[in-house]
Design a protein around this ligand. Sequence first.
Ligand SMILES: C[S@@+](CC[C@H](N)C(=O)[O-])C[C@H]1O[C@@H](n2cnc3c(N)ncnc32)[C@H](O)[C@@H]1O
Length: 339
Amino acid sequence: MYEALTSVSDMLSRNLDILCRQPLLVCGLLEDKLPQVLAEHGPAPRVFTTDYRYFQWLGSCAEITPEFGHAPAGKTAQGLLLLMPKAKAEAEYLLAACLPLLSTGAPVFIAGDNKGGVKSAPKLLAPYCAHVTKVDSARRASLYQAELTQPASPFNLSDWTKEYRLEQEQLTVCTLPGVFSAEHLDAGTQLLLNNAGTLQGRVLDFGCGAGVIGASLLKRNPAITLEQIDISALALEASRQTLARNGLQANLYPSDGLSETEGRFDCIISNPPFHAGLKTFYSTTETLLKEARHYLKPGGSLLLVANAFLPYPELIEQSFGGCETLAANGRFKIYRARA
Ligand SMILES: C[S@@+](CC[C@H](N)C(=O)[O-])C[C@H]1O[C@@H](n2cnc3c(N)ncnc32)[C@H](O)[C@@H]1O
């Protein structure tokens, strides 16, 4: 028996008759086993996700082979279900990446939480579909349906890449929709970079986003060996472009927390995540604070920026036996702990 974890999935599970008429390409803010339910009631959907944690989790479901990346593979699809992501720009990006795989007349569905911007579905679909209908709405969730009116233009990643320049770092940062600090350097990251000092050896940029921390460190410390990880394929692609744009090199790979890293580091540096989906969510960072010590060489350091109100010093002290505050302003603090 399927227990929908969100009101969106709950609503979708009442609309299986229209959703299961064709194998759908499903993408966006996926949070539970809805794709498996679609597979049980009709043709198995194709699932494309930019979230490595969801990719790994769904991989254990029978009948579904999820795809992880910054854009779906080029195979054609018979319909699309987009679960509204938290950033509208990311929804526009996903539609542009997925709709070229559909033929004219194919169904396009957008579902989401009313608080998560799903009401913009008619506007989002206007460039592609003549008529958009709201087919269901309950418990703050809505489902919109449309038909692709004309073939969508081929997807071109470079149309979606934006750049900004950091003069102080002599760096050009490349970003993609939905990636953290897509328009400018985050003030917390800036404070972290101002206090990072000189680094050497093997350095991990944890939750690299557009890659700004790692790229800045490489510029200042060309002898370090840099690894960059993130859970988001869009962040990893933005980081890859930032490295290439600045003639820098690093080992870049998806990882949910430290799970995919190997060996020990001289430094783990991060502006760690504190939001996931629509809810505030700390557990990735709390796990990092608990586990980082085991991923550091003796004397290696964890270097972190966090909102000043977060109770991280206690957690760091519990794990490392000490926590230095290297800098603070009204909003952020920089913490360092040594293994
Ligand atoms: C606050 S942003 C910092 C981005 C970048 N380092 C900067 O300072 O601009 C945190 C990043 O952590 C990533 N992230 C979230 N959960 C993660 C997880 N479980 N494992 C790895 N990275 C994660 C997010 O995708 C996001 O890019």
